[in-house]
Design a protein. Structure first.
Length: 198
């Protein structure tokens, strides 16, 4: 895919993300003025933060004896407000729901929308950041294109479930956790409760 095509694709994804976010903001009763006042809307969903990643998962027949499946990407949640995924026919994406991993069957000409950690915080946990992973396929390589969009760096996320924080605070905490504990702790670091990991 050429850079011009990717750039145009990214603009389309940005429009889709903004439309979805506006509908969710209305459903959450964040107020119609929330997105009609452009600056406020762009603080919680800043198109300038959006980026594309193209993922290639080579076919992989190696099996670790301690696991029954090789992984392309281990279980995680996205830090974004939302992520839009266009994946090919090979499959491999799984989401964790009701204590089990479920396959996301690829459907032609469709997109998968994952809600991220920032949407979970903004919604007071009404919407949950989806834990997901990708299985490698032993017969075919898998290609997917992900579009990720975030709040403005200095936009303060306010919630009854979490202490106020900016996306910059969140990202810095995730990076620190990766260095010190070896994994992303995520929103638990910002919870307003005695069970917080502080």
């Amino acid at each position: 895919m050429g850079l011009v095509v990717l750039d145009e694709y990214g603009r389309h994804q940005s429009r889709i993300a903004t439309t979805i976010f506006k509908a969710m903001a209305e459903k959450l009763k964040l107020g119609l003025e929330y997105c009609s006042e452009k600056k406020k809307c762009n603080n919680y969903l800043s198109p300038a933060t959006g980026f594309l990643n193209v993922y290639r998962y080579p076919r992989c027949s190696y099996r670790n004896p301690n696991r029954n499946q090789p992984w392309g990407i281990f279980p995680h949640t996205d830090s974004s407000v939302l992520s839009i995924l266009n994946h090919d026919h090979v499959g491999g994406l799984q989401v964790y729901k009701d204590q089990q991993w479920l396959d996301v069957k690829p459907l032609p000409n469709t997109l998968v929308v994952n809600l991220g950690d920032m949407m979970q915080a903004m919604s007071n946990d009404k919407y949950r950041s989806v834990e997901h992973r990708v299985k490698a396929n032993k017969h075919q390589e898998r290609i997917s294109i992900g579009y990720f969009v975030f709040p403005a760096e200095d936009s303060v996320i306010r919630s009854s479930k979490y202490k106020p924080f900016t996306y910059a605070d969140f990202r810095a905490q995730v990076q620190q956790d990766m260095r010190t504990v070896g994994f992303k702790v995520g929103l638990d670091r910002f919870k307003l409760s005695d069970t917080s990991l502080h």
